[in-house]
Design a protein around this ligand. Structure first.
Ligand SMILES: Cc1cc2nc3c(=O)[nH]c(=O)nc-3n(C[C@H](O)[C@H](O)[C@H](O)COP(=O)(O)OP(=O)(O)OC[C@H]3O[C@@H](n4cnc5c(N)ncnc54)[C@H](O)[C@@H]3O)c2cc1C
Length: 407
């Protein structure tokens, strides 16, 4: 059965990828891509990096704006989808228009979590999710001034790196005992912390913001351990909240703010799919996961449209993400909760590689630091659950590529 119109709500990473992939895979029906932001779809990873440090050179947009028209994709910007009538198969937009759909894809993403206590301090306090956020932040960054960063996750650390590059004194605060607690093993967290400290960043772990006030353009923060800090700008990154607002009002199954989908990215309505940061994916074996990465947005949105078209989706493979900070490109694959980590190379002298092993000694994770070329073979070792003598795995004389070929 041919689908006459596919509507995609959310013109971010997942939404734009889905629209372009539909055409690449031969879909000839109507495609409408609806985005409430004013810009054509852009990538968020540069927002904490080049968009602050080198805005003129930042590669932000997924495709040139005219590419969508060339692909016969009806891109509607600055307009919000406000309701879905699942029975009538119609979407209502904030400008009053209603659109029919054969299949619908929700790629509504996530929003940076808010802390009212900090937001109340006004325009010198920021979160970072959108291009506007990055522009507002950049406008307030002055060399020699002091930045307070709340949250030592990936975005907090990338910000610490960018702000230090721009000559700001930077302090990072996190109630957790170490950086990137959720998605990095301790050995790498400590390495990253030391690298930032060598560039002048000061960390306060194990304590959060107890009180905050503003006097003129100055911000004053008191930490739980009594430390008093002063800053000119404060940016907080304390995680994201998936955006299920539309799905929820349409009566779709949502859990803890996320849109529930199955392995094929189908929601509780068989004609509505969802992909990306907004989604909680439930697998047939029972486990479920929310993944907030660039790669996942692309993979899930491709899987969704493949299912709509009755095509085979590409294998999702071993999960992967990256971060760039302090001149280091760090790539992560597999299970970051691996119980044992072994080091190939020296922490003091990147490039190096870390392998995560399970209790049986199989490779279940890998991290490359300035050694991206080893990521593909490392992923292949993970996919095969390779059991290799740690002495061989960490021997720099053996190429990771050759190990992957031998398995
Ligand atoms: C600063 C920053 C740095 C990052 N760095 C990395 C990195 O280095 N590596 C990595 O792997 N990942 C990184 N990420 C994460 C990655 O960017 C996200 O996982 C990815 O953008 C998710 O894509 P998405 O399409 O699901 O959501 P989004 O890109 O957030 O897009 C969702 C879009 O839908 C719109 N929308 C929502 N509701 C509606 C509605 N009702 N009507 C119309 N439009 C709507 C939103 O405004 C938004 O434009 C970073 C994220 C940020 C914020």
């Amino acid at each position: 059965m041919s689908i006459s119109r596919i509507v995609i709500i959310g013109a971010g990473q997942a939404g734009a990828n889905a629209a372009i992939e539909l055409r690449r895979r031969g879909y000839e029906g109507a495609i409408t891509l609806i985005g409430d932001e004013a810009h054509p779809p852009y990538e968020r990873p540069p927002l904490s990096k080049d968009a602050l440090v080198n805005p003129a050179g930042a590669k932000l947009f997924l495709y040139p704006e005219d590419h969508y028209a060339q692909q016969n994709i009806d891109l509607r910007l600055g307009v919000r989808a406000t309701a879905i009538d699942t029975a009538a198969h119609r979407v209502t937009l904030s400008d009053g228009e209603t659109l029919p759909y054969g299949k619908l894809l929700l790629t509504t993403g996530a929003q940076a979590r808010r802390l009212a206590q900090l937001d109340d301090l006004g325009d010198r306090v920021h979160r970072l999710r959108t291009l506007e956020d990055a522009e507002h932040i950049r406008a307030q960054l002055r060399p020699g001034s002091r930045a307070l960063l709340v949250g030592a996750g990936v975005i907090g650390l990338e910000l610490a790196s960018s702000l230090t590059d721009l000559g700001l004194e930077t302090v990072v605060i996190d109630p957790a005992p170490r950086a990137m607690l959720r998605n990095s093993p301790e050995i790498l967290s400590r390495f990253l912390q030391k690298t930032h400290e060598a560039r002048g960043v000061v960390f306060h772990f194990g304590t959060g913001v107890e009180a905050a006030r503003r006097e003129g353009d100055h911000l004053f923060v008191t930490l739980g351990d009594g430390t008093e800090l002063e800053g000119d700008v404060l940016i907080y990154g304390i995680g994201v909240a998936p955006d299920d607002a539309l799905a929820k009002t349409a009566g779709l199954h949502t859990v803890r703010g996320a849109i529930v989908v199955n392995e094929r990215c189908v929601t509780s309505d068989p004609d509505i799919y969802a992909a990306g940061d907004a989604v909680l994916q439930v697998h047939t074996e029972g486990h479920h996961q929310r993944i907030e990465t660039w790669e996942n947005a692309n993979l899930q949105s491709t899987a969704a449209i493949c299912d709509m078209l009755g095509q085979e989706a590409p294998e999702s493979g071993v999960s992967w993400f990256w971060t760039d900070q302090c001149g280091l490109n760090v790539q992560f694959a597999g299970e970051m909760s691996a119980p044992r980590w072994i080091l190939r190379g020296a922490l003091e002298e990147p490039p190096f590689l870390l392998f995560g092993l399970n209790d049986e000694g199989a490779v279940i994770a890998a991290i490359t630091v300035n050694q991206g070329r080893d990521m593909r073979p490392a992923k292949s070792l993970i996919a095969k659950g390779a059991k290799i003598d740690p002495a061989v795995l960490t021997d720099p004389a053996t190429k990771v590529r050759d190990l992957a070929k031998e398995i």
